[in-house]
Design a protein around this ligand. Structure first.
Ligand code: HEM
Length: 458
């Protein structure tokens, strides 16, 4: 029997659900799954009803369904459009999305991405050198700094020698953290520009200032004699040509760049922090990883071109991304027509969301899910709808290859260069905007590192 009905959900008001979710998203989701099973409905203030999926069969339907029925751009745009606009890969849908994605994906394909490995390694090793030698310090801001400098260099083609680089770095880090952290983006009713001191007014001005720098950089690059050979993403977007022969306008390049900053900066920084946490908490894993890296490391130099071939490093990262989900929920799709899912006929305008947190902890998919076991992924890559860190289907993360390379390079630099130790007995995840981050920024201290000693002695 077909029913036009949503799966069950909490009877609390949207405001109460929103409050509880932002207080503690994990216990909110745990309670829902315990009460209703792996398909339930939630609602937050000012937003549509959301059906939360964490079963691989349901996720397959969502990720492989028709892009005309399932609008991911509309879902993303309802949150991010104040920063990105509605005309970029992240917020477009249908044919326009497919055409744009083809163009913007080119710099993130194999071949292009690997060329950034050397720069990523140089940035990571220089940053690690600057970490405090004594005492406790929070690791998360350090990882944010590395991810920021990597994106500045590889996406914008800029480094510390660029005029005004410090202000540019500050602004893009503010835009990226707004994208991931601001409740005003998640709750449109809070968006009131009451001047530069009001919370939304501040955001509007940060975006305006960043735009001025981005447009100036696009104009500079267009006349740069090195444009034809430059490998940074911005230059490739300027040079890029779609199948229809069309090129991106300055406004479109600006929107795509902001979308890449929002999608790619905080995500990678948080992932790096959790990988570091796992390695500090699990010395056996760390030592096995160090042994795998050793043959690639001589005279203080690492052969980064061989990192992508290391099976244990790859498995450690995938297991870290499984066991420490960056976002409790992600990947919204707005239904443009009713959709059948199990015994439900979901009405148009419902939003489907994925909970990687719930999916990646399913006992029927991952035995003893609380254990950290990279071996799960050794020789058997994660299957599409059972491991959804990067989403799926036609909206799968466009920067996945880039992100995994960055995780591999920075993690290797960290394992080889430092003997980092946890400076807190218990690491608790806490919600920060749409991300789960270690509480207190993950306090750490430097310990001893055999490789650092060898380098100092030689
Ligand atoms: C560990 C790091 C990262 C994680 C976990 C991550 C995760 C995701 C997820 C879950 C989605 C939504 C997919 C869906 O709805 O099916 C997404 C989309 C996207 N990501 Fe990433 N991401 C990461 C890094 C990056 C980086 C480094 C970039 C680029 C610099 C990037 C660019 C994008 C873009 C442009 C989209 C939108 C794709 C589209 O709608 O067609 N991401 N990412």
């Amino acid at each position: 029997m077909t029913r036009h009905e949503l799966p069950p959900g909490l009877s609390a008001s949207a405001a109460a659900q929103g409050f509880r979710f932002f207080q503690n998203p994990l216990s909110f989701l745990d309670q829902c799954v315990e009460q209703f099973g792996d398909l339930f409905t939630i609602q937050f203030p000012g937003s549509r009803k959301q059906v939360c999926l964490s079963n691989p069969e349901d996720l397959k339907e969502m990720y492989t369904g028709s892009p005309d029925l399932l609008h991911a751009g509309e879902a993303a745009g309802s949150v991010f459009s104040p920063l990105t606009g509605w005309n970029c890969t992240l917020t477009l849908d249908g044919e326009a999305h497919a055409r744009r994605r083809e163009l913007v994906q080119a710099p993130f394909r194999g071949g292009h991405v690997e060329r950034h490995a050397g720069a990523m390694y140089a940035i990571a090793t220089a940053a690690i050198e600057r970490w405090p030698r004594t005492g406790r310090f929070p690791l998360q801001p350090q990882m944010q700094d590395i991810a920021l400098r990597i994106i500045f260099r590889t996406v914008l083609g800029l480094d510390d020698t660029a005029p005004g680089h410090a202000r540019f770095l500050k602004l893009i880090s503010q835009v990226a953290s707004l994208g991931m952290g601001s409740k005003m983006l998640l709750i449109p009713a809070l968006r009131w520009d009451l001047g530069p001191l009001s919370p939304w007014g501040r955001i509007v001005r940060i975006v305006r200032d960043t735009d001025a720098l981005l447009f100036a950089e696009i104009a500079r690059k267009r006349t740069d004699p090195n444009l034809a050979t430059a490998e940074d993403v911005l230059s490739l977007l300027i040079r890029g040509e779609g199948k229809d022969g069309l090129r991106l306008t300055d406004q479109e390049i600006r929107d795509e760049t902001v979308a890449l900053l929002i999608a790619g900066l905080e995500t990678t920084a948080v992932a790096l922090t959790w990988v570091a946490e796992r390695l500090m908490a699990l010395p056996d894993v760390r030592e096995r990883l160090r042994a795998e890296l050793e043959p690639l490391h001589s005279n203080g130099e690492l052969d980064v071109s061989r990192l992508t071939a290391l099976p244990y490093l790859d498995a450690v990262l995938k297991e870290s991304l499984r066991s420490r989900s960056l976002s409790p929920i992600c990947g919204g799709r707005v239904l443009k027509a009713p959709m059948r899912l199990r015994e439900y006929e979901l009405p148009a305008d419902t939003v489907l969301i994925n909970s990687p947190y719930l999916l990646h902890r399913r006992r029927d998919l991952y035995s003893e899910p609380d254990d950290f076991r990279p071996e799960r992924f050794l020789g058997s890559p994660p299957s599409a709808h059972k491991w959804t860190t990067f989403g799926g289907g036609n909206r799968r993360c466009l920067g996945q290859k880039f992100a995994l390379l960055e995780l591999k390079v920075v993690t290797s630099a960290m394992v080889l260069q430092t003997g980092l130790e946890l400076a807190t007995p218990r690491v608790v995840p806490k919600a920060d905007g749409i991300h789960l981050v270690p509480a207190s920024g993950l306090p750490v201290r430097r310990g001893t590192c055999p490789y650092a000693k060898a380098a100092a002695a030689s």
